[in-house]
Write a protein that binds this ligand. Structure first.
Ligand SMILES: [Zn+2]
Length: 267
């Protein structure tokens, strides 16, 4: 009889060890990148990413480090499309822009970005011309696709090609991931937002969603879907065209400036 108890104990004990191994593996910190970006990489960023172009030399170095760190730790896989260096750099730039003033931030809830040639439908098909309402240019995966972001290459590039339209699908999806990192995807990035700003932020989102509904806002109407989407589209606009965003939405700008620590220089 004792042998049975011992066997049961051993099964649970080894089960626990296996769980611990994977748990620690998942929550461990990212590996440090071995090298840094090449001159060619830096030129691509300079030509295509206005956010990077506007940084001073010290900030550029930090941006390059975060891009290298991201590419060292996140796998980028093309489905029906070849992943080129520019694609990798634009994906990493999308990830780094919203967390730029958080030097220790690492996307521990992400292990892979899946890149499609163009937008896809809910069954991940790109064959049809899905430019209708079911066209998806990016999404944060769930269930079996947990820890993954899916992106349309054409839309990723379009987001960076037009620097002033306030639209950037790459930034949009990474903002969802930041929102999700506190355990709930609800438009409130608790890890970014100091406690005293949570309630004002929720009220501000609600007021702005109503303004979009009443046709009194230039924020993407997709933001009326829910607070999660509002936070993502407002962030795209905030990072792509901060001057216009500040002029048209001073209340939102003021709070988001605190949220993303825009005035801080943590280096
Ligand atoms: Zn979204």
């Amino acid at each position: 009889m004792h042998e049975i108890y011992a066997a049961i104990f051993l099964v649970f004990f080894f089960g626990f060890l296996i769980w611990l191994f994977f748990y620690l593996g998942k929550t461990g910190r990212w590996r440090s990148p071995e090298g840094t970006l090449s001159g060619k990489d830096r030129r691509i960023l300079f030509c295509k990413v206005r956010f990077y172009k506007d940084l001073n030399d010290e900030e550029k170095k930090h941006f390059e480090f975060k891009v290298s760190e991201f590419l060292e730790n996140v796998i980028i896989t093309g489905v029906g499309t070849k992943v080129r260096r520019t694609d990798e750099l634009l994906i990493a730039a999308s990830a780094v822009i919203p967390i730029f003033r958080f030097p220790a931030w690492q996307y521990l809830n992400l292990d892979q970005v899946i890149l499609y040639e163009k937008s896809f439908d809910e069954n991940f098909r790109t064959e049809t011309d899905n430019y209708g309402s079911d066209s998806i240019s990016g999404m944060v995966g769930d269930g079996p696709l947990n820890d993954k972001i899916l992106l349309s290459k054409a839309d990723l590039h379009r987001g960076f090609a037009n620097e002033w339209d306030g639209s950037n699908v790459g930034i949009h999806e990474f903002v969802h991931l930041i929102d999700k990192a506190d355990g709930s995807t609800d438009g409130v990035p608790e890890l970014f937002l100091e406690k005293q700003y949570v309630v004002p932020w929720i009220e501000l989102m609600q007021r702005n969603i109503e303004q979009i509904m009443n046709g009194r806002s230039d924020i993407n109407p997709y933001g009326t879907k829910n607070k999660t989407e509002f936070f993502a589209v407002a962030s795209e606009y905030f990072f792509e065209n901060p001057k216009k965003f500040k002029a048209n939405h001073p209340d939102l700008y003021e709070l988001m400036e605190k949220m993303f620590r825009i005035k801080e220089n943590p280096w």
